[in-house]
Design a protein. Sequence first.
Length: 293
Amino acid sequence: MRARLLLVLAAATGCGAPPLSLPHLPEVVATCADTSGDTQVRRTNQAYWEKTGIGAVLLSGNWLKTGKASSARVEFVAGTSMEVDEEAIVVIDVAPALGPDSRAAPLVAVQTGGVRGRIAGSSEGQKHDLVIQSTDGSQARLASKVETQPVEYELHQTDQGTLVSVLNGDAVLSSAGATEALGHGQSSQVTKKGVSRAENLIEFPQSLEPGVDARLQCGDGKPVKLAWRPVPGAVGYLLEVAEDVSFQKRALKYEGPATGMSFMPPSRGVYAWRVAAKDSKHRLGEYGFARRI
C-alpha cells in the first residue's frame, strides 16, 4: 500500500504535471515567551477567544487579550520584545519592508490598555524598528536614533490616539513625512494628523521606605510598608512589586492616588519594587529606580 501511495504522489508531481497548490499560511510574527493569569488569543477570521500560554505562536493579524491581574510577554521574530499590561487588547501583525534594503517590521495596534517593550539595537547591519497603528488606522514608525543602541518604549491607547513614550534611549517617531525626535522621558501622540510635538513626561516618585536592599523578617501577618514621595501634578501612581528585577514575575500591582501600600510577601525571597506617576492627562511617566527587598 505504501508503495502504491508513493507512485501516485510521484505521478502527480512528475514532469509536465501542474504543481500542487497549498493554502496560504499566515506569517508567524511572534511567540508568547511568558504569560501570567488569564491570557487569550483570537485567531484571524475567528469569532471567539481561546486560552493561550507560554510558547504559543502568534500569527499575522492575531489579537491578544489579558485579563485582570494578568500579563503576557511577547517576543517578535524581528527581534523586538513587548510586555502586555493587564486588561489590555492588542493586535499583532507585520508591516511590509520600506525598500529592498530593509526588512519587514512588527506592527502593534493597541486597542485598549497599554504595553511596554524594547527595540533592539541594530546588529550586523540589521536595523530594528516598530510600526504603531492607532485605532483610527493611522500609523507611525518608531526606531532608535542611534541604530546600535536599544530603546525602551511604552504605548497607551487614549481618546486622542496612541500615546508613545520613550522610557530609555533616544528614538525617532515618523509618520506621513513628519519626524519627531523623542528622548528619554518624552512622549508623542500618533493621530491622523501625524505625530505631535514631543512633551516631557511627569517626574518619577522618589522611594522613601523601605531603604535600598532592606532585609525584613518574613512571617504571617507581617506586611512590608512601601512608601514614596508625592509628585507635583500627579493624579495617581502605579506601583509594581515583582520577584525579579526585570519585573516579569509580578507579585503586586497597585494603581491609585495613594502614596503608600502594604505588601504581604507570599514567601521568603528577594523582591523588587518601583513606582511611576500619572499626570492630569493620565499619561504614565517613567518608573523610579527599582529597589530590592
